[in-house]
Design a protein around this ligand. Structure first.
Ligand code: ADP
Ligand code: MG
Length: 240
């Protein structure tokens, strides 16, 4: 307000704006600025590897997910109800893109989001455990409305990984949301969790209880792009 008051006052004087309207404009400006600042902070805390939105997502390139359904999910009701999303499919089909775009949409709704890969989440949990800070980390994550776990099943987990992940997923059940992306069908999930069928069964049961499954199958978008005739890359500055 302090920064803007003089500029707005000059404009108010020029247009003969009554004093209350001047104050209102000034207050609105302040509210807008604060909202932008908190969004910036929320996006930073979410730690997305890159920023992706649905504006750059080509729904015609995928026949397995429906645009209205995904845009409805972007309205975040599932997060307010502590439900989950599982995006499954082969590499390059847009799972990470959709996950980040849903995360960005949630940030815009004022929700707290945190992005991890399965590997980075296990490392974070295991380091916190070694430093006796696991409870503290869990409390922080308990306050996070949506945790995205990308690439579950891509790389084998270290020794403690399966149990740490299991505890983490179980803790969020019906309390906070998870968005998981994976290349593996449920039947192969025991491979992620060290061959433990019982633990995997219990986990899949909880995860899928309130869950929307997005199947992204088909040819890799990356591969298709690479087969197109060479041109300037998407989003590149026009040649001068
Ligand atoms: P996955 O996580 O399934 O391996 P990504 O989400 O990383 O795939 O997608 C690979 C690349 O292709 C990314 O740059 C992503 O933005 C892009 N991409 C994938 N699907 C689409 C799509 N339908 N529209 C626009 N870009 C897409
Ligand atoms: Mg990915």
């Amino acid at each position: 307000m302090a920064r803007e008051c003089e500029k707005i006052a000059v404009e108010a004087a020029r247009t003969n704006l009554p004093y209350e309207r001047y104050l209102l404009t000034l207050a609105e400006q302040e509210v807008l600025q604060r909202e932008q600042n908190t969004l910036k902070i929320r996006l930073k805390r979410a730690a997305f590897p890159v920023l992706k939105t649905f504006e750059t997502f080509d729904f015609t390139a995928t026949s397995t997910i429906s645009k209205p359904e995904v845009l409805r999910l972007a309205m975040g009701e599932w997060i307010r109800q502590s439900h989950n999303i599982l995006a499954a499919g082969n590499p390059g089909t847009g799972k990470t893109h959709v996950a980040i775009a849903l995360g960005v949409a949630a940030c815009r709704l004022g929700l707290r989001v945190r992005f991890y890969t399965a590997a980075s989440l296990v490392t974070t949990l295991s380091e916190a455990q070694a430093e006796h800070k696991l409870t503290r980390l869990q409390r922080i994550l308990d306050r996070t409305d949506l945790v995205i776990v990308d690439e579950l099943g891509y790389v084998p987990l270290p020794k403690d990984g399966p149990r740490l992940l299991f505890d983490f997923f179980a803790r969020r059940y019906e309390r906070k949301s998870l968005l998981i992306t994976t290349n593996l069908e449920f039947t192969r999930w025991p491979e992620i969790f060290g061959g433990d069928e019982m633990m995997t069964g219990a986990l899949v049961d909880r995860l899928t209880h309130h869950c929307t499954v997005l199947r992204l199958n088909g040819e890799s978008y990356r591969f298709r792009q690479s087969q197109k005739p060479a041109g300037p890359p998407e989003g590149a500055a026009p040649a001068v």
